[in-house]
Design a protein around this ligand. Structure first.
Ligand code: HEC
Length: 626
């Protein structure tokens, strides 16, 4: 009753105002809506084709605005109302749409009252000065014309210690040229192997990171026009390790003249260790994609049962140009259906990550379902092919994709992510047997659990499915090595290196096996090769030092003092802070009568380890010899 009354009162008030001739005014009625829903993109540096910040600017587009707002083209917002409740929704109410129409119709009055303060778009960083700013090593030259360009910028962070990242601000380059940018944390050197030269970057629409150093994707790091930069919630920072690279996967569009794009990434750190460990859960139907030419309603679907309780924090649906209706939902054990998202008219141009206003709790046993339909008919204006052609799953822009990503936080004690990942991969493999990515993924998960015997068959299948995949051979070698099949492991590492001679991780693995099997000259050669390409590599440095120490000792024992001296010299160069290295070198120098230089080395050893009686004695003996 009360509600009806209020509603009636509002209608009367609104109606009366109109009849009284005051009409819809910019300052009072239009500005607040434009500033909230339009200005984030329509400002001087924004993605919109013109600014909508001043009265004059908005007025000059009044009719056009009324039209695009009515049609739903602006503000761009893909999810359907009532199918998930998201932060920062860009959706106008019916009343707001009517305001724009009324305003255009009745003469675009400015109004006498004060307008709200126009939003400011400082040229600076939205969250203040970042703790670390990474600039793309090499600018990308975007041609004047042609189709969309997908380029991956690669950043080396130069970090010496791990940091916790609480926020990322991506400045993708001139916003008008950028559709979206996606930041990936590359812990396995994937990018380094794909770049022609360090910092050169590489092409590609969707990037698959290597699994060699298994780790969880945990956060959506995504930029699109109008993105509001926010810090992660407390406890939700993510760890960035030294040696990890960042890849900015950028979708660009030519502007009509040649342009230069050089994106920057600003990182904000915190000392607060992450308390919550989310993960990205990906449902994917790519393998079902074989869309006949002309088919206007090609459907793919999948269902996955949650092995544990989770809170869903965000969702990111992804398809390319043929995607039409994208749906994701949950079926709870008690039969309730909860919508996670519904996009009735997909448009890749406006894709986004959607964060839920409040986490969506899904108990163990819930089925997560996706159903995407594709329009490969002539009617689809975004169809890259006219006339339509058969389209398959793949990561080029003209291929299709079918992904539903959820950011979930497993509830309960312990890290539930590995179990979740394993369940997901087993599910994928059951639906799509002999799928390379699932075989590899499952192998990597099992290796992360140090279960090499269990991992082996999956990795063997992967290597058989793609004999030319260096990573598959490298992972399989790792599993063989764990079950003490040294020779077989070596053969796999060698195969990986035959395919990709610059594959550092495979070379490191090979060197370790060689050293363990006593083939030190081979191991030394491999360690040196790695360090030549990557002088800072800690694992290779440590490996080389150990191999030099052991091989030097062998030669010394055989009386091949001069050879030993050479190796110890190299050891000192590699580990200048090792007292043992200086002492060993001193011994060989003394043996060939170089007492003066021997004393110098023993002194270094004593300085580094003053408590070691042996070193002190060696020094005294050499000094006497002199
Ligand atoms: C997320 C960024 C974003 C937001 C928010 C946004 N726009 Fe746009 N707008 C764009 C882009 C980009 C284009 C150019 C689209 C194109 O050419 O396909 C555009 C185009 C337009 C156009 C020109 C349409 C045409 O047919 O050429 C109008 C008018 C417009 N926007 C009005 C608005 C209004 C009004 C709002 C708020 C109610 C709004 N926009 C919110 C990004 C945005």
């Amino acid at each position: 009753m009360g509600l009806t009354k209020l509603w009636a009162a509002w209608l009367v008030a609104a109606g009366c105002a109109g009849w009284a001739g005051t009409g819809v005014e910019f300052n009072r009625d239009i500005a607040p809506v434009v500033y909230e829903y339009c200005a984030p993109c329509h400002h001087e540096w924004g993605a919109g084709p013109f600014a909508l910040v001043t009265y004059a600017q908005v007025r000059s587009h009044a009719r056009q605005i009324a039209t695009v707002v009515r049609s739903g083209f602006m503000p761009p917002w893909l999810p359907e109302a009532g199918y998930g409740s998201f932060q920062d929704e860009l959706r106008l109410s019916e009343a707001q749409k009517r305001l724009f129409e009324e305003w255009a119709r009745t003469g675009t009055e400015e109004g006498s009252g004060a307008a709200p303060a126009a939003p400011a778009f400082p040229d600076g960083w939205a969250l203040g000065s970042p703790d670390l700013v990474l600039k793309a090593p090499k600018p990308f030259k975007l041609p004047a014309s042609g189709t969309d360009v997908f380029w991956n910028f690669v950043y080396r962070t130069g970090l010496k210690t791990p940091r916790y990242v609480r926020a990322v601000e991506i400045r993708p380059g001139e916003p008008k040229l950028i559709h979206h940018s996606n930041l990936l944390v590359d812990r396995a050197g994937t990018a380094r192997r794909r770049e022609a030269a360090p910092g050169a970057g590489f092409p590609g629409m969707d990037v698959t990171l290597e699994r060699t150093s298994f780790d969880f994707d945990s956060h959506f790091l995504f930029w699109k026009p109008g993105t509001i930069v926010r810090a992660e919630a407390p406890g939700m920072a993510w760890k960035l390790d030294p040696g990890a690279d960042l890849i900015l996967n950028s979708h660009m569009q030519p502007s009509g003249k040649p342009e230069v794009v050089r994106p920057e990434v600003g990182l904000y750190f915190t000392n607060q260790k992450p308390a919550k460990e989310p993960m990205l859960l990906e449902l994917d139907c790519d393998w079902q994609l074989e869309i006949p030419a002309g088919d206007a309603n090609f459907v793919v679907s999948d269902r996955f049962q949650l092995p544990e309780d989770v809170d869903v924090l965000g969702v990111y649906p992804h398809a390319h140009y043929l995607g039409h209706v994208l749906e994701g939902w949950a079926e709870l054990p008690d039969g309730e259906k909860k919508w996670l998202i519904k996009i009735p008219n997909w448009d890749l141009n406006w894709q986004a990550v959607y964060k839920y206003r409040a986490p969506v709790f899904l108990p163990k046993g819930t089925w997560i379902a996706m159903r995407y339909s594709y329009d490969n008919s002539e009617r689809n204006v975004r169809n890259p092919y006219h006339p339509p052609r058969r389209v398959m799953g793949g990561d080029r822009a003209v291929d299709e994709m079918s992904h539903l990503w959820l950011q979930v936080l497993p509830r309960g004690a312990g890290d539930g992510r590995l179990a979740m990942k394993e369940a997901l991969l087993r599910h994928r493999l059951a639906r799509n047997p002999a799928d390379f990515d699932s075989e590899m993924g499952l192998g990597a998960v099992l290796m992360a659990r140090l279960d090499a015997p269990e991992a082996m068959p999956y990795l063997e299948t992967a290597a058989r499915l793609r004999p030319g995949d260096a990573e598959a051979h490298n992972l399989l070698g790792g599993a063989l090595d764990r079950v003490a099949e040294g020779r077989a492991a070596e053969a796999e590492f060698e195969e990986a290196l035959k395919i990709e001679p610059d594959y550092e991780n495979a070379r490191l693995n090979l060197a370790r096996v060689e050293a363990r099997e006593g083939r030190f000259d081979a191991a030394l050669g491999d360690y040196r090769k790695i360090l030549k390409a990557d002088p800072g590599d800690e694992a290779a440095t440590a490996g080389l030092a150990r191999a030099l120490e052991v091989r030097g000792g062998q030669l010394e024992g055989l009386g091949e003092t001069v050879e030993a001296e050479g190796l110890y010299k190299e050891w000192v160069a590699v580990e200048p802070k090792s007292a043992a290295a200086h002492d060993a070198l001193g011994r060989t120098l003394e043996a060939v009568g170089e007492y003066g230089r021997a004393v110098t080395e023993f002194e270094a050893a004593v300085r580094l380890e003053p408590g070691n009686a042996d070193y002190a004695r060696h020094r005294a003996e050499a000094a006497r010899g002199r």
